[in-house]
Design a protein around this ligand. Structure first.
Ligand SMILES: Nc1ncnc2c1ncn2[C@@H]1O[C@H](COP(=O)(O)OP(=O)(O)OP(=O)(O)O)[C@@H](O)[C@H]1O
Length: 257
């Protein structure tokens, strides 16, 4: 689905990504971890074609970036970035925010067809948010807003869903609610790429993990192989213990934290 080969991104004297190669196949769902500033968002922006590497090749669903119309490819990619919410009016009704995800543009100035409205309601219902459908976006909690963004992305039936820290800023309760929806993506034919700072967000949906350190790939592969305490210690430079519980990894800082 996504093939990144020897990706390097240089900005003036800084090497932001350094010879990163990553193969994400259909049926796999990847979590990407790494310290602040390690290059995770930059990697996602390359997958969506918003950034081009200085060297290397990005291929998405068989299309080589630089040799194809990226706007067409993006129709099959859902992207939840940290700034996405800023692009909506807080006075918009929730169902409309979701429904406009069926279109390539953000707002819809004509009447939304009934079947599109029904699809939006169905998605909200599946996320236990039907009661909020007529509320305005601004009245929702942060967690509910994140779920609305997810529902909106799903309206476009993406083949690839890229999420950059979708649980950032959520309390424990709202994060777990969001993670239920993330994990439910298993029911869909979709490839998920998910950046997080928190190992415990790697719910059973995820099959693979990539660790980025200082712009380089520190490890990548099936999650049980990559997620061990040595790899996490090497990536974060802090001693930890790691345990698996409920199909999720949990870490405990052992000392020096
Ligand atoms: N346009 C740019 N010009 C110069 N440097 C940049 C640019 N964009 C990002 N960087 C730098 O590249 C590095 C990687 O940034 P990136 O946002 O990809 O990291 P990240 O792993 O997503 O970080 P965080 O976890 O804090 O969000 C950082 O040092 C950042 O300052």
């Amino acid at each position: 689905m996504i093939s990144m080969q020897h990706i390097t991104l240089q900005r003036e004297n800084d090497i932001i990504l350094n010879d990163v190669s990553l193969e994400i196949k259909s049926g796999e769902n990847w979590a990407i971890l790494g310290r602040n500033g390690s290059g995770k968002t930059t990697l996602l922006e390359m997958m969506t074609g918003y950034l081009f590497p200085s060297r290397g090749r990005v291929e998405v669903m068989g299309n080589v970036y630089g040799q194809c119309d990226i706007r067409e490819i993006r129709k099959s990619i859902g992207y939840i970035s940290p700034s996405l919410l800023d692009r909506f009016a807080m006075t918009d009704p929730v169902w409309e925010v979701v429904a406009t995800g069926a279109y390539a543009y953000l707002r819809f100035y004509e009447t939304i067809p009934q079947e599109v409205k029904e699809d939006a309601y169905r998605l909200l219902e599946e996320m236990n948010m039907a009661r909020l459908a007529e509320h305005t976006l601004g009245t929702l909690s942060q967690g509910e807003r994140k779920k609305v963004l997810l529902a909106r992305c799903l309206m476009g039936n993406p083949k690839i869903l890229i999420m950059d820290e979708p649980c950032a800023g959520l309390d424990l309760f709202e994060r777990e609610k969001m993670l239920i929806e993330v994990d439910r993506l298993r029911q869909r034919d979709i490839t998920v790429v998910y950046v997080t700072h928190h190992v415990e967000e790697i719910v059973p949906l995820f099959t693979h993990v990539a660790l980025i350190k200082d712009g380089r790939l520190a490890g990548a592969g099936p999650k049980e192989q990559v997620l061990n305490k040595e790899m996490i210690m090497r990536t974060y430079e802090i001693p930890v213990e790691l345990e698996w519980d409920g199909g999720r990894p949990w870490i405990k800082v052992t000392s020096g934290g």
